[in-house]
Design a protein around this ligand. Structure first.
Ligand code: FES
Length: 168
Protein backbone atom coordinates (compact mmCIF):
# COMPACT_ATOMS: atom_id res chain seq x y z
CA UNK A 1 0.00 0.00 0.00
CA UNK A 2 2.80 2.40 0.92
CA UNK A 3 4.51 1.72 -2.41
CA UNK A 4 1.26 2.23 -4.30
CA UNK A 5 0.72 5.59 -2.67
CA UNK A 6 4.35 6.58 -3.20
CA UNK A 7 3.90 5.90 -6.91
CA UNK A 8 0.70 7.95 -6.88
CA UNK A 9 2.46 10.80 -5.10
CA UNK A 10 5.20 10.76 -7.70
CA UNK A 11 2.66 11.12 -10.50
CA UNK A 12 0.89 13.94 -8.64
CA UNK A 13 4.23 15.68 -8.08
CA UNK A 14 4.81 15.56 -11.81
CA UNK A 15 1.51 17.22 -12.69
CA UNK A 16 1.03 19.53 -9.72
CA UNK A 17 -2.04 19.73 -7.53
CA UNK A 18 -4.21 22.17 -9.52
CA UNK A 19 -7.68 20.96 -10.33
CA UNK A 20 -6.87 21.22 -14.05
CA UNK A 21 -4.38 18.38 -13.63
CA UNK A 22 -6.94 15.99 -12.16
CA UNK A 23 -7.85 14.07 -15.32
CA UNK A 24 -4.21 13.57 -16.31
CA UNK A 25 -3.34 12.40 -12.80
CA UNK A 26 -6.24 9.95 -12.78
CA UNK A 27 -5.34 8.68 -16.24
CA UNK A 28 -1.68 8.10 -15.43
CA UNK A 29 -2.32 6.46 -12.06
CA UNK A 30 -4.87 4.24 -13.81
CA UNK A 31 -2.39 3.31 -16.54
CA UNK A 32 0.25 2.51 -13.95
CA UNK A 33 -1.81 -0.04 -12.04
CA UNK A 34 -4.52 -1.00 -14.52
CA UNK A 35 -7.27 0.53 -12.41
CA UNK A 36 -7.89 2.95 -9.56
CA UNK A 37 -8.59 1.80 -6.01
CA UNK A 38 -10.29 3.71 -3.22
CA UNK A 39 -6.83 4.35 -1.73
CA UNK A 40 -5.72 5.99 -4.99
CA UNK A 41 -8.81 8.18 -5.10
CA UNK A 42 -8.42 9.21 -1.47
CA UNK A 43 -4.78 10.12 -1.95
CA UNK A 44 -5.52 12.14 -5.07
CA UNK A 45 -8.38 13.92 -3.27
CA UNK A 46 -6.12 14.77 -0.31
CA UNK A 47 -3.27 16.03 -2.44
CA UNK A 48 -5.44 18.10 -4.81
CA UNK A 49 -7.66 19.40 -2.01
CA UNK A 50 -10.76 18.21 -3.81
CA UNK A 51 -13.71 16.36 -2.30
CA UNK A 52 -13.44 12.58 -2.72
CA UNK A 53 -16.89 12.63 -4.33
CA UNK A 54 -15.61 14.95 -7.08
CA UNK A 55 -12.52 12.85 -7.73
CA UNK A 56 -14.69 9.73 -7.89
CA UNK A 57 -17.17 11.42 -10.19
CA UNK A 58 -14.46 12.51 -12.64
CA UNK A 59 -12.83 9.06 -12.54
CA UNK A 60 -16.10 7.29 -13.25
CA UNK A 61 -16.93 9.64 -16.16
CA UNK A 62 -13.99 8.63 -18.34
CA UNK A 63 -14.20 5.26 -20.05
CA UNK A 64 -10.41 5.02 -20.22
CA UNK A 65 -10.24 5.03 -16.42
CA UNK A 66 -11.38 1.95 -14.51
CA UNK A 67 -12.44 1.59 -10.91
CA UNK A 68 -12.19 -2.19 -11.09
CA UNK A 69 -9.41 -4.61 -12.05
CA UNK A 70 -9.51 -5.37 -15.77
CA UNK A 71 -8.24 -8.23 -17.88
CA UNK A 72 -4.82 -8.52 -19.46
CA UNK A 73 -6.40 -7.21 -22.67
CA UNK A 74 -9.17 -4.65 -22.71
CA UNK A 75 -11.44 -4.39 -25.73
CA UNK A 76 -13.39 -1.15 -26.00
CA UNK A 77 -16.18 -1.03 -28.56
CA UNK A 78 -17.35 2.38 -29.72
CA UNK A 79 -21.07 2.58 -29.09
CA UNK A 80 -21.80 5.98 -30.63
CA UNK A 81 -24.29 6.26 -33.48
CA UNK A 82 -21.96 6.33 -36.54
CA UNK A 83 -20.28 3.11 -35.43
CA UNK A 84 -23.56 1.58 -34.38
CA UNK A 85 -25.21 2.09 -37.77
CA UNK A 86 -22.10 0.84 -39.57
CA UNK A 87 -22.48 -2.59 -37.96
CA UNK A 88 -21.55 -2.08 -34.32
CA UNK A 89 -24.37 -4.33 -33.13
CA UNK A 90 -22.98 -7.33 -35.03
CA UNK A 91 -19.50 -6.67 -33.68
CA UNK A 92 -20.93 -6.39 -30.16
CA UNK A 93 -22.65 -9.77 -30.50
CA UNK A 94 -19.56 -11.40 -32.01
CA UNK A 95 -17.41 -10.25 -29.10
CA UNK A 96 -19.86 -11.40 -26.45
CA UNK A 97 -20.13 -14.74 -28.20
CA UNK A 98 -16.36 -15.07 -28.60
CA UNK A 99 -15.66 -14.59 -24.89
CA UNK A 100 -18.91 -15.87 -23.38
CA UNK A 101 -19.33 -12.72 -21.27
CA UNK A 102 -21.48 -9.61 -21.57
CA UNK A 103 -20.00 -6.16 -22.05
CA UNK A 104 -18.80 -4.68 -18.77
CA UNK A 105 -17.33 -8.01 -17.62
CA UNK A 106 -13.93 -9.73 -17.49
CA UNK A 107 -13.36 -13.37 -18.41
CA UNK A 108 -12.83 -15.71 -15.47
CA UNK A 109 -9.23 -16.33 -16.51
CA UNK A 110 -8.57 -12.59 -16.21
CA UNK A 111 -7.42 -12.34 -19.82
CA UNK A 112 -10.10 -10.21 -21.47
CA UNK A 113 -12.42 -7.36 -20.51
CA UNK A 114 -15.19 -6.09 -22.76
CA UNK A 115 -16.07 -2.42 -22.34
CA UNK A 116 -17.85 0.20 -24.37
CA UNK A 117 -16.54 3.64 -25.13
CA UNK A 118 -17.85 6.80 -26.69
CA UNK A 119 -16.42 8.08 -29.99
CA UNK A 120 -12.67 7.67 -30.31
CA UNK A 121 -12.44 9.84 -33.42
CA UNK A 122 -12.29 7.08 -36.01
CA UNK A 123 -15.92 7.35 -37.13
CA UNK A 124 -15.01 7.17 -40.85
CA UNK A 125 -13.91 3.55 -40.39
CA UNK A 126 -16.64 2.35 -38.04
CA UNK A 127 -17.44 0.09 -36.44
CA UNK A 128 -14.34 0.51 -34.35
CA UNK A 129 -12.74 -1.25 -31.39
CA UNK A 130 -9.66 -0.52 -29.34
CA UNK A 131 -7.70 -3.50 -28.10
CA UNK A 132 -5.48 -2.11 -25.37
CA UNK A 133 -3.96 0.93 -27.17
CA UNK A 134 -4.53 -0.23 -30.76
CA UNK A 135 -7.48 0.87 -32.88
CA UNK A 136 -9.15 -1.42 -35.44
CA UNK A 137 -11.80 -0.23 -37.87
CA UNK A 138 -14.08 -1.39 -40.70
CA UNK A 139 -14.91 -4.36 -38.55
CA UNK A 140 -17.11 -7.34 -39.24
CA UNK A 141 -17.68 -10.30 -36.93
CA UNK A 142 -15.13 -12.31 -38.96
CA UNK A 143 -12.49 -9.57 -38.70
CA UNK A 144 -13.05 -9.32 -34.96
CA UNK A 145 -12.49 -13.06 -34.57
CA UNK A 146 -9.27 -12.79 -36.63
CA UNK A 147 -7.98 -9.94 -34.44
CA UNK A 148 -8.73 -11.84 -31.24
CA UNK A 149 -7.03 -14.94 -32.65
CA UNK A 150 -3.88 -12.89 -33.35
CA UNK A 151 -3.74 -11.67 -29.74
CA UNK A 152 -4.29 -15.19 -28.44
CA UNK A 153 -1.50 -16.48 -30.65
CA UNK A 154 0.87 -13.74 -29.48
CA UNK A 155 -0.01 -14.50 -25.84
CA UNK A 156 0.62 -18.20 -26.39
CA UNK A 157 4.03 -17.40 -27.92
CA UNK A 158 4.87 -15.13 -24.96
CA UNK A 159 3.88 -17.86 -22.52
CA UNK A 160 5.97 -20.42 -24.41
CA UNK A 161 9.00 -18.14 -24.47
CA UNK A 162 8.62 -17.36 -20.74
CA UNK A 163 8.45 -21.05 -19.92
CA UNK A 164 11.74 -21.48 -21.82
CA UNK A 165 13.45 -18.97 -19.59
CA UNK A 166 12.54 -15.52 -20.89
CA UNK A 167 11.99 -13.58 -24.08
CA UNK A 168 13.77 -14.86 -27.19
S1 FES B 1 -18.57 7.12 -33.58
FE1 FES B 1 -17.28 5.40 -33.31
S2 FES B 1 -15.29 6.24 -33.53
FE2 FES B 1 -16.59 7.94 -33.75
Amino acid sequence: MVEVLAATDKIIDGYGTDREALVEILREVNDEGGHLTRAHLQRIAERTNLPLSEVYSVASFYTMISLEPLGRHVIRLCQDAPCHVAGGREVWEALEHEFGIPFGETTLDGQWSLLTTSCIGACAVGPVIMVDDDIYGNLTPDKVREIVARYREADAQDAASESQGGPA
